[in-house]
Design a protein around this ligand. Sequence first.
Ligand code: KG4
Ligand code: ZN
Length: 340
Amino acid sequence: MIRGVGMLTLAIETSCDETSCAVIKDGRQVLSNIISSQIDIHKRFGGVVPEIASRKHIESINNILQEALDTAEVGFKDIDLIAVTRGPGLIGALLVGLSTAKALAYGLNIPIVGVNHIEGHVCANFIDHKDLEPPFTCLIVSGGHTYLVQANGYTDYELIGRTRDDAAGEAFDKVARSIGLPYPGGPHIDRLAKIGNMESVAFPRVIIDEHTYDFSFSGLKTAVLNHLNQMKQKNEEIIVEDIAASFQAAVLDVLVDKSFRLAKERKSDKLVVAGGVAANEGLRTMMMERGKKEGIKVYYPSKILCTDNAAMIGAAGYFNYINGNVSDLGMKVMPNLDIK
Ligand code: KG4
Ligand code: ZN
């Protein structure tokens, strides 16, 4: 086989509460992408319980692995490369995926690539948009991270801005909880925002005017909590749809504005959105509309590839491999790994 052509990557993702395995051909074609979500288990605790997450990954990983191979109609002998999330994420959860991946790479005697989960989110776009190539400006918005980066190559990310406190998804989840919505709250806020009045409460657009590409969402979260308390004290009715719509509008204004500001500064004609919050319909619409106005092409993944999945890890692993980044079996998990 010529290196990188017709290459099958078996990918494993266990960084948080999804156990996922995928088989990817040449970095962009998904042969299988099996995702087993633990959301129903963690829901009753209002968030992910790390110890439970690790145990559930151990219980399901072998079955998910087999299902990924069966769906792709391949066997272990057909696999050329193992890709696995090594961080960031929950240490115990990451260890399950990494140990499984190492055992496979060792047993099959094939190379292994440790993947940065955040880069994985970006690479989900290479699967859905076959024509997409770097350079581009990228907004990464997930439950744990919020970054503005300039992708100068497939594995070359220049970090420009980041959240100074809560991640965008985290803000969605905390605000959702405060208005009685279940975990994870992002999709519920998204749904309610469509029917609510986004002008009902003027929540702050934090550091939108400052000349920085950093974000901050904890002040907004506090503003929502204060507003709810005031309403309760005055015995006034809280219309959750309006809170959802007003909160979402405040988040999206900042995300969209800064992303386009950076794209224009860098003269990018492509703006890529990635991570769980990229599934937000309000964000997708606003990005597209602004893109049309500014003459910048906007990309985001299909919804299933926005949230955690192994297919995106396979894509990132493949691009790392063909760019010469191979890991060794001694690699360790990196729970606090940053984007480069
Ligand atoms: O990327 P992801 O699956 O996990 C991390 O790597 O963190 O992101 C999960 C986050 C959660 O905070 C969830 O509420 C948010 O993505 N999310 C959404 C939507 N779907 C998922 N936030 C807003 N609108 C959505 N439709
Ligand atoms: Zn993620």
